[in-house]
Design a protein around this ligand. Structure first.
Ligand SMILES: [Fe+2]
Length: 206
């Protein structure tokens, strides 16, 4: 007689997601403050002035995550809420990353606000996805990605990616920022501009 081992399957989950990014039952919530954004913005003097004025604890963005499974094939679902603002002429951004497992893709679906997903590859390709509620961007593997808030309200996205993807933030730091920055166009809108500090990305593991 043989005994079969019955795997214990994780249970389906219904997640209630609000337009402001609130989710019930998050398994992890993290916040980034102004003091965490050192070296991110091109105008260092404007950044330091803002830290002096608002304090290092000023909230910049926060993330709710739902991770109910581990291992290949499982997903992390969550929301990212990036508050509006500028440092110098540059619109508020998240730190940005490429996935540690670089072939892992990600979906971002805008729930509220007006923002961009700024996308670049190690080889120098750039893509700007403008997002308003109802629009989504499919970020393929091997693309560095960062959110930018170009509106007056919080920019909220629902994201979904493989739970074994991981994040590599150093790729942007080592290049002295992304190749493209998003700045005020002088008329209340936004434009993409070259980052004068960008030194190019190192070759990767593609
Ligand atoms: Fe990601």
């Amino acid at each position: 007689m043989t005994s079969a081992v019955t795997p214990v399957l994780d249970q389906p989950q219904v997640i209630e997601v609000q337009p402001n990014g609130d989710m019930d039952g998050a398994t992890r919530i993290y916040k980034k403050h102004l003091g965490d954004m050192s070296g991110i913005y091109v105008d260092e003097a404007a950044y330091q002035a803002q830290v002096a004025e608002k304090g290092a604890e000023e909230l910049i963005y926060y993330v709710h995550e739902h991770k109910y499974q581990d291992g290949p094939g499982s997903l992390i679902v969550g929301t990212s809420t990036l508050l509006p603002g500028k440092v110098g002429d540059e619109y508020a951004v998240t730190r940005g990353h490429i996935h540690a497992q670089e072939n892992r893709a990600e979906l971002y679906h805008c729930l509220s606000g007006h923002g961009l997903m700024l996308l670049e590859t190690r080889s120098g390709e750039s893509f700007v996805a403008e997002l308003t509620p109802g629009k989504a961007v499919n970020v393929p593997g091997h693309w560095i990605h960062r959110s930018v808030n170009v509106g007056d309200e919080p920019f909220v996205t629902l994201f979904c990616y493989a739970s074994d993807a991981g994040q590599n933030y150093d790729i942007i730091a080592h290049a002295n920022g992304m190749k493209t920055i998003i700045v005020d166009d002088g008329e209340g809108g936004w434009k993409a501009a070259p980052n004068p500090r960008h030194g190019g990305y190192a070759a990767g593991d593609q």
